[in-house]
Design a protein around this ligand. Structure first.
Ligand code: AMP
Length: 496
């Protein structure tokens, strides 16, 4: 099956209904979208054989939906590039993927200096791509490559996870089985980048004929986002945890139409989650995934949140839930054997969502896919109910005097202090201890907090040896374009 089929089916059932919206304005019905996609597919086929990589570098724009499905209908490979990347990083991805054509928004096209042809999305020549006769719907091997997903590169250079049509369909089915049940009276509001999480969720919502709504600002503006959620029926969205916090900070009530917010892709601290649940009620669902197993390793459903709040069960709220439908998850302890309950080890998973490897990178593939298991690089432990708690990426664990210290635990505890807005904990090299814990703290109103007060606060919550040896007060934590804290940069600050 080719993922194009989900659009074909939506167009058959809901042809006249609205499919793609820019803000509140309908651009295309499902039948119109299908027609545009198949015309564009004919033009794309002239660029090369099956498997040709075609890159899309743009802020969130409605055209991304037609480009994505046309690339699949042409049996080519979708290579989205995050619009916030530096032109040099974009050039690296284009070179690595070997893309033969780029579709870029006007802002980005002006910055790219490449040999690869660039078509400006929505530019004067864009409509010509739709002049050809419609292609026939494709018959594709489900194992064929559909999406090269470039990882966010928080721990090194970005790598292209190879996702097949089968991987994307497994993700689609798991999303509909576990998290959300949209129909043609529902809408997916694209707040997060469509090059990544929000774009991955397009297939499940298209399959059900739910509207694709792209904010006119092409960005995440909390007020605009809430207005759109109020305007469109049955709204769902994928948001990074930091975006959820920004919504809540508006102080606005939940729009009645906003039914589901899936958060994930980075840690949601318990304190922030409780505030979000308190403000908006039980609309939240958590995913734990990575580009290598897109959006789908474990999850916490809305009902789990409700029960956890009712029973004051912070352990569940601080967990990433349990394995998603169709996915096996294990934690490997010492010696690579399955860990005991409560024992921390590397999280591995397998199932139809797991990538086939990294593009052009057999060394990284061999280090990551072993005996059919994806080694996530994340550390975690299962409890006796089968709920997984994520600790940190293995590279972020601090080893001090032979003891493992998981930064997230220290960060969670620091965030409970009323004067702490953000906290990022890393290890600093130390001649006596190997590493010591250092906490970077963003304080309320920017005023430093008395380290002794923070120490006293932590001593009531965590073991003495986990306490930071030093606090560094900064204005904001360095984050990448997905809002993930760049621990590497924090560590670099300590060594510079
Ligand atoms: P990426 O492939 O760029 O989406 O990054 C995936 C990584 O983000 C995972 O390996 C985790 O380290 C982290 N991550 C994803 N989901 C969660 C979550 N729900 N809680 C904490 N960290 C997460």
């Amino acid at each position: 099956m080719n993922v194009f089929a989900v659009l074909d089916q939506a167009a058959a059932r809901h042809g006249d209904r609205g499919a793609v919206f820019l803000g509140e304005t309908q651009l295309h019905s499902w039948a119109q979208l299908r027609e545009r996609v198949l015309r564009l597919a004919t033009s794309l086929k002239s660029l090369g054989d099956r498997g040709t990589r075609i890159a899309v570098a743009s802020e969130n724009r409605p055209e991304i939906v037609e480009l994505m499905f046309a690339i699949w209908a042409a049996e080519c490979v979708f290579v989205p590039i995050n619009y916030k990347l530096h032109p040099r990083e974009m050039a690296d991805i284009l070179a690595d993927s070997g893309a033969t054509q780029v579709f870029a928004s006007a802002n980005i096209a002006g910055e790219l200096r490449l040999d690869v042809p660039v078509a400006v999305i929505g530019g004067p020549d864009y409509d010509r791509w739709f002049d050809s006769a419609p292609a026939s719907p494709p018959a594709t091997d489900p194992a064929a490559l559909a999406w090269l997903f470039y990882t966010s590169g928080t721990t090194g250079k970005s790598k292209g996870a190879m996702l097949s049509h089968r991987n994307l369909m497994a993700m689609t089915v798991a999303h509909l089985a576990d998290f959300d049940d949209p129909d043609e009276n529902c809408s997916l509001i694209h707040g997060a980048p469509m090059s990544h999480g929000s774009g991955l969720y397009i297939p499940p919502y298209v399959l059900r004929g739910a509207r694709q709504v792209i904010p006119a600002s092409a960005a995440f503006e909390p007020d605009e986002f809430l207005d759109l959620c109020g305007h469109h029926p049955g709204s769902s969205a994928f948001l990074a945890p930091t975006m959820v916090q920004r919504l809540i900070q508006t102080g606005r009530p939940r729009p009645e139409n906003l039914k589901t917010v899936v958060y994930g892709g980075g840690p949601m601290y318990v304190d922030s989650l409780k505030k979000a649940l308190d403000a908006y009620g039980p609309i939240f669902v958590q995913l734990y995934g990575q580009g290598e197993a897109p959006m789908t390793i474990t999850g916490l459903r809305r009902h789990d949140h409700v029960v956890a709040i009712d029973t004051a069960d912070d352990a569940t709220l601080g967990s990433v839930g349990y394995p998603r439908s169709g996915v096996e998850v294990a934690v490997l302890g010492s010696g690579g054997l399955p860990a005991a309950v409560g024992e921390i080890g590397e999280i591995v998973c397998r199932g139809d969502v797991v990538m086939s490897g990294y593009w052009n990178n057999p060394t990284a593939t061999a280090a990551t896919l072993k005996d059919g298991w994806l080694h996530t690089g994340d550390m975690g432990s299962f409890d006796d109910r089968g709920y997984l708690t994520l600790r940190d990426r293995s590279k972020d664990v601090v080893i001090s005097g032979g003891s493992n210290i998981y930064p997230r635990e220290v960060e969670e505890a620091l965030l409970e202090h009323p004067d702490v807005v953000e906290a990022g904990v890393v290890g600093a090299p130390d001649p006596d201890w190997g590493e010591v814990v250092v906490a970077f703290v963003v304080a309320t109103n920017g005023a430093p907090v008395d380290p002794a007060a923070l120490d006293a606060h932590l001593l009531e919550r965590i073991a003495r040896f986990k306490r930071p040896k030093r606090y560094e007060f900064i204005d904001a934590l360095p984050k990448n374009s997905y809002g993930k804290v760049l621990k590497r940069e924090l560590r670099d600050r300590l060594s510079s």
